[in-house]
Design a protein around this ligand. Structure first.
Ligand SMILES: Cc1ncc(COP(=O)(O)O)c(C=O)c1O
Length: 273
């Protein structure tokens, strides 16, 4: 595996950053995960835009998006895989050991890992911890993902692949690494960004392509929903067939199946929508 670090490609064993990097010591960094198929990343433009937005929100220097794009292309070329997770990480760089950021400049790493095609349906659980819709990092894709690590472990322990959070107001928010949609009475609904969820790129495309509406939803909408699905760069659209102890029979239901089909068709027609 060849990884981009320090302005060029390195073998994985030599691709290192300092133990004093602020991304490591305090989670001061932002990232993007892109789906890569046969050497081509999906929705690169949107991911780079969000990287810049997240960096601005965290007060990091503006990333050189030409360099990031060049790094992504180099890593994709150097590591041909049929399906992969292309990961861009941009951190505060070499810093003192506290929360103050140093002035050595940011660190950029681009790496690629193999991925497996996701099943069409999956199980999810709800967790008792909340997303803070008013936090300083709300809506930013930062490397401070410890809460997601804990929640995802809870999901795995329950035989599920995703954990869903409410926000502090008890409204449905998002998963550890996905957005959530519900079909209710023939309408397709997803929480608004004000719920504190990440502005998922797959979410935005599904809203546009499948005609979903944003709506504030109580967490217990999940128990009443006719269908539930998750979206993310590596899941695309994935139906939920079990939520906590409740089975959702027939998943993917008709609305989810249509969203899956439309997403697959539109994404195939335009790799950079
Ligand atoms: C917290 C969170 N919400 C939602 C998503 C889905 O976003 P996207 O569709 O851009 O992958 C992610 C992606 O990893 C995420 O980390």
């Amino acid at each position: 595996m060849r990884i981009w670090v320090d302005g060029g490609l390195r073998d994985a064993a030599d691709a290192t950053v300092s133990v004093l990097d602020h991304g490591l010591t305090v989670g001061d960094g932002v990232f993007e995960t892109l789906k890569a198929e046969h050497g081509r990343a999906f929705a690169t433009g949107r991911h780079l835009e969000r990287l810049a937005r997240s960096a601005a929100g965290l007060g990091l220097p503006e990333p050189d998006l030409d360099e990031v794009a060049r790094a992504c292309a180099a890593v994709l070329d150097a590591n041909p895989v049929p399906l992969g997770r292309l990961r861009v990480t941009y951190t505060g760089g070499l810093s003192p050991l506290g929360s103050d950021r140093g002035d050595a400049g940011p660190t950029l790493v681009v790496a690629l890992g193999p991925a497996s095609p996701r099943p069409d349906t999956t199980a999810a659980v709800t967790v008792p911890w909340t997303r803070n819709e008013k936090g300083a990092l709300t809506g930013l894709k930062t490397t401070s993902y410890g809460e997601n690590v804990v929640a995802l472990a809870r999901a795995h322990a329950a035989g599920a692949s995703e954990a869903l959070f409410a926000n502090t107001r008890g409204q449905l928010c998002e998963g550890t690494g996905s957005n959530v949609f519900v079909a209710l009475g023939g309408r397709l609904l997803t929480p608004p960004l004000e719920s504190g969820c990440l502005a998922g790129i797959t979410r935005a495309l599904v809203v546009e392509w499948a005609g979903a509406e944003e709506a504030e939803l109580p967490l217990d909408v999940l128990a009443e929903a006719d269908e539930v699905f998750l979206t993310s760069s590596l899941r695309d659209v994935q139906a939920v067939h079990r939520l906590d102890d409740q089975t959702l029979p027939g998943a993917p239901g008709p609305i989810t199946a249509k969203a899956m089909r439309v997403f697959a068709e539109r994404a195939a027609a335009d790799p950079n929508p």
